[in-house]
Design a protein around this ligand. Structure first.
Ligand code: UDP
Length: 485
């Protein structure tokens, strides 16, 4: 461990949502591994979810502290502890969630003023973070949890408005200036950029972008070689500063680390591994749509029928309301699929699963964490984007990297709510393309090559490792300059 005067103290403030908190904890670990002292500022509910991970980091000799701050649920008219319920994942609750994030400014400032850290890393969505950091005279780093292509594409949409040049929502348009000949339809954009509708959440995003501009820079959970053209575009065309330090999930090399990410898994690691071990290499398609997507019963039936028709072995993670659990399964499905398919209801140890040699493909909503975890494991994807950055991530996977096949989802649906139905035939076709035949072989070979690139990036001297080193050096210089004043 470094001596106190040299040691960097970095405070992390994630948004209380699994898809944001999980990578931020990995980033914090990467900093801690370089000798930094870490304070994670989060709600009591999320501190409890991540307590095992934090305990383990401390056992490994890393210096992790937690500072809890009450999430202002009741203040915005929601029940106590609301951030740890599925209610956050409903789009009508987003304005309240946005309001709660802005109310966190004063209590977080109060915490930071007591022990001023050397750097504040916050989620992109804390629009007030740059001002707070400026007041404390410390650098603020923004972390959005998305791919670089997504941020670049988002900027192109705002600056050049190519979506306005088409006559209907389903007509494709080319993203001007953006490398890679990326084409989209207006249907695939969030409502506010599609119809110029103002929403509270869009307003928050605009403020967050302004705050990012005033920050020290951004951190991306990605690596240069993966998104080279977009990393260059971000720096040279958009003129922004970023450090690419991913894939951060690769810091979890141990089984315990892989299992203890996010919520408690609904299946024991032994049971899960026993089932996976009983299968041949590359023979299982893993089906999971992140932490928030909820499907209608009708869509779940289509997935069941599509998987059955594909004749592939599968491991399917189902989330949803308790009331939905039994009703939707097609008659006799579980009996017919006995031994062939495993359904886990709840939370899966995703990293452990993806890293298992029996996994040959991943049906994913293209959340950036899932996408990058699949890339890091060398697993080709069936892409099924629904909202946020997912349509851009699909383009990266299918078109730029050539390691995926699309189910053909055509319209933006926040958290999957009211999404157009994807048919069993389309699911069956896309699963077969990724799992069987010559095209699948080509994708798999490419995916394995990219996996090696990912590993090299985080290994000593690799691009992400070097970027982290240079970021830490910059933060140390900043600390020294501040302390000498
Ligand atoms: N995850 C998991 N088990 C699950 C579902 C999700 O471990 O059953 C993890 C997954 O590995 C990833 C994160 O939760 O790290 C989901 O993030 P992503 O960006 O893919 O999607 P989001 O949940 O934000 O839509």
């Amino acid at each position: 461990m470094e001596n106190e005067s040299n040691q960097l103290h970095v405070s992390f403030l994630p948004v209380p949502a699994q898809g944001h908190m999980i990578p931020m904890m990995d980033i914090a670990k990467a900093f801690a591994t370089r000798g930094a002292k870490i304070t994670v500022i989060t709600s009591p509910a999320f501190a409890a979810i991540f307590s095992k991970q934090i305990e383990r980091a401390n056992q490994l000799g890393l210096e992790f502290h937690v500072q809890t701050v009450k999430f202002p649920s009741t203040e915005v008219g929601m029940p106590e502890g609301w951030e740890n319920t599925d209610a956050v994942g409903y789009s009508h609750n987003l304005p309240k969630f946005a309001e709660a994030l802005s109310l966190l400014r004063e209590p977080v400032l109060h915490i930071l003023e007591k022990h001023i850290p050397d750097c504040l890393v916050t989620d992109f969505f804390f629009a007030w973070a740059a001002d707070v950091a400026a007041r404390l005279k410390i650098p603020r780093l923004a972390f959005g949890g998305t791919s670089i292509i997504a941020v670049c594409a988002g900027e192109v949409i705002i600056r050049h408005q190519p979506q306005k040049g088409v006559s209907c929502d389903s007509e494709t348009f080319l993203m001007p200036h953006l490398p890679g000949d990326i084409k989209l339809t207006r249907n695939q954009l969030p409502p506010h950029s599609r119809q110029e509708v103002e929403t509270d959440f869009a307003e928050l995003a605009i403020k967050a972008f302004a705050s990012e501009e005033k920050s020290f820079g951004s951190i991306f959970n990605s690596f240069y070689e993966l998104e080279k053209d977009y990393a260059d575009f971000y720096r040279n065309v958009l003129g922004k500063k970023a450090w690419h330090i991913g894939p951060v999930s690769l810091c979890n090399s141990d089984t315990a680390d892989k299992v203890q990410r996010g919520k408690e898994a609904s299946v024991s690691r032994h049971e899960c591994l026993r089932w996976l071990d009983s299968k041949k290499p590359n023979s299982i398609v893993y089906v999971c749509f992140g932490s928030i997507v909820r499907f209608s019963s009708q869509q779940l039936v289509e997935i069941a029928k599509g998987l059955e028709a594909s004749q592939q072995d599968f491991l399917w993670i189902v989330k949803g309301d308790k009331s939905q659990e039994q009703d939707w399964l097609p008659e006799g499905f579980e009996e017919r699929m006995d031994g062939k398919g495993l359904i886990i209801r709840g939370w899966a140890p995703q990293l452990l699963i993806l890293d298992h040699e029996s996994i040959g493909g991943f049906v994913t909503h293209c959340g950036w964490n899932s996408t990058l975890e699949s890339i890091s494991a060398g697993v080709p994807m069936v892409t099924w984007p629904m909202f946020s950055d997912q349509f851009y991530n699909e383009k990266l996977v299918v078109q730029v990297l050539g390691i995926g096949a699309s189910v053909g989802s055509t319209s933006y649906a926040m958290f999957g709510e009211g999404a157009d139905l994807v048919s069993r035939d389309d699911i069956d076709k896309a699963v077969r393309r990724v799992m069987a035949g010559e095209e699948a072989e080509v994708m798999r070979r490419r995916a394995k090559l990219i996996r090696e690139m990912a590993r090299k990036a985080v290994a000593e001297g690799g691009s992400s490792d070097s970027d982290l080193t240079s970021l830490i050096e910059k933060l140390k210089q900043h600390k020294a300059a501040r302390e000498s004043k």
